[in-house]
Design a protein around this ligand. Structure first.
Ligand code: NAD
Length: 467
């Protein structure tokens, strides 16, 4: 009997098979995870459909459910955080934050109204536009923020009046299964179902004819497969995909202050964040100063098992990602990159790779052109504002970008010209938890977050009544 179970139609259940989930810090098996068979997938989707037929409840009832989930998760925060660090690798403080964000999101969402617009209301006619839930949502999640992203998809689906079947990444399924266990007694049977398995079960889920919409967070490559699968019966899609996010530091900044923020923007969660800084452009006059400061900070980082309270950077999450980072770094070195710190994988068990700062390579090298999603940061010099904007925009991806300058107006002007879904000027975060989140170009389609997330989970219905 595994310690973790799937949630299908309000029941916790095992599959006939299971697979091992590995702790990336030790390479030891944490536990076995059930595999959903095709029959169990069918049961989950049917339960989600039936639950909607029975009614998803009023908005106020749904708010109560989400608030109860928030309280339950909060009461189990430590247990979830420990498990999250074990399956994902991040330091325990960052895992604790991830669980807190999920709790905060559950509560914040309940403050939103679902819009109803009256376009006309006069002696002749009334025309209103309301938002209608889509139906059964397939929620597919990645391994970098497995708990938060699963909660996010659940919140937006339920709040908007849908039901959901969530399938976590096979690298990090356990905290999502734990979520199912915690909410089992709160959520009416079938409104939230959680199934686990490999990529194939995800592919079957998104193809299922009873699934009305897909909310996917993951790589660009998988996003394209999902868009193609969705096209068959025109399912709605929200695709939150990868980015090759740039930070631009102008020559007028306080280097020490900005470098510290940019450093953690690049290396937090071992660089495995969709909106992490993945290429850093520094105006030439302060280039060496920024490089030196970034290297100095890198050398203070304590790489280790995230369960150790002193650790500030954990391992990469899985062996594929670990090998990819080594491959991209070797390719950059072969093309003349200079490695200023790190650069050599740690010996022994675990997918540990130290924070690595690289110079001497430009666009045309894979480390600059592709999303590395790991702790190797290239720093590039630029001279003119127009030049750097062109270089940043010259990418097939467009998730987020950062601009740092004492001249806030100039920062905003630059931000306005960047082809990305999220711009942050003089801040490492978006300063509102209700802002839309998502990318331009191949970084995605649609938006999560705030009222935009509700729009993605609903369709507009126009009701026109002639008096
Ligand atoms: P991935 O695309 O490999 O896998 C994501 C999920 O899709 C997993 O659950 C996987 O099992 C499933 N899957 C794989 N093939 C599938 C298929 N054909 N049909 C249906 N499901 C399938 O991504 P990953 O490696 O887990 O995550 C890393 C990527 O996610 C990075 O590119 C990162 O930038 C991106 N990401 C984006 C955001 C965002 O909001 N934009 C947030 C976090 C991560």
């Amino acid at each position: 009997m595994n310690s973790y179970a799937m949630l299908i139609n309000g029941q916790l259940c095992q599959g006939t098979e299971s697979f091992a989930v590995v702790n990336p810090a030790t390479e030891e098996v944490i536990d076995q995870c059930p595999v959903a068979s095709v029959e169990l997938l069918e049961q989950a989707v049917t339960a989600a459909k039936t639950a909607l037929a029975n009614g998803a409840g009023t908005l106020e009832q749904r708010r109560e459910l989400l608030r109860a989930c928030a309280d339950k998760i909060e009461a189990h925060q430590e247990e979830i955080s420990q498990l999250l660090t074990q399956e994902q690798g991040k330091p325990i403080s960052q895992a604790t934050n991830e669980v807190s964000w999920a709790v905060g999101l559950l509560r914040k969402q309940c403050e939103l109204e679902i819009s109803k617009k009256v376009l006309r209301d006069d002696a002749e006619a009334q025309v209103t536009v309301t938002r209608k839930p889509l139906g059964v949502i397939a929620g597919i999640t990645p391994w970098n923020f497995p708990f938060y992203i699963a909660v996010h998809k659940m919140v937006e689906a339920l709040y908007s009046g849908n039901s959901i079947v969530i399938k976590p990444s096979p690298h990090t399924p356990l905290t999502t299964l734990k979520l199912g266990e915690l909410i089992q007694e709160i959520i009416p049977a079938g409104l939230v179902n959680i199934i686990s398995g490999d990529n194939d079960i995800g592919a079957l889920l998104v193809k299922h004819p009873k699934v009305a919409a897909i909310s996917f967070t993951g790589s660009v490559a998988t996003g394209k497969h999902i868009a193609a699968a969705a096209a068959v019966d025109l399912k709605r899609v929200t695709l939150e995909l990868g980015g090759n996010d740039a930070a631009i530091i102008l020559g007028d900044v306080d280097v020490k202050e900005v470098a510290e923020k940019v450093f953690w923007n690049a290396f937090s969660n071992c660089g495995q964040i969709c909106v992490a800084v993945k290429r850093l452009y520094v105006q030439r006059g302060i280039y060496n100063e920024v490089l030196d400061e970034m290297v100095r900070i890198a050398e203070t980082v304590k790489v280790g098992n995230g369960l150790d309270a002193k650790t500030t950077m954990g391992p990469l999450n899985n062996v594929m990602q670990y090998e990819r980072i080594i491959e991209l770094l070797n390719d950059a070195k072969a093309q003349g990159a200079k490695v200023h710190c790190g650069g050599v994988a740690q010996e022994g068990a675990g997918y540990f790779f130290p924070p690595t700062i690289v110079s001497g390579v430009e666009e045309g090298v894979r480390l600059i052109d592709e999303e590395q999603f790991g702790p190797v940061l290239p720093i590039l010099a630029f001279d003119e504002v127009d030049e750097v904007i062109e270089r940043v925009n010259n990418s097939s991806m467009g998730l987020s970008a950062y601009v740092w300058s004492k001249d806030k107006d100039l920062g905003v002007q630059i931000g306005n010209r960047l082809e990305v879904g999220i711009v942050r000027v003089n801040t490492p975060t978006t300063e509102s938890s209700l802002a839309p989140f998502g990318g331009m170009k191949q970084s995605g389609i649609g938006r999560e977050g705030g009222v935009w997330g509700i729009d993605s989970m609903t369709d507009a219905q126009t009701l026109s009544v002639k008096h």
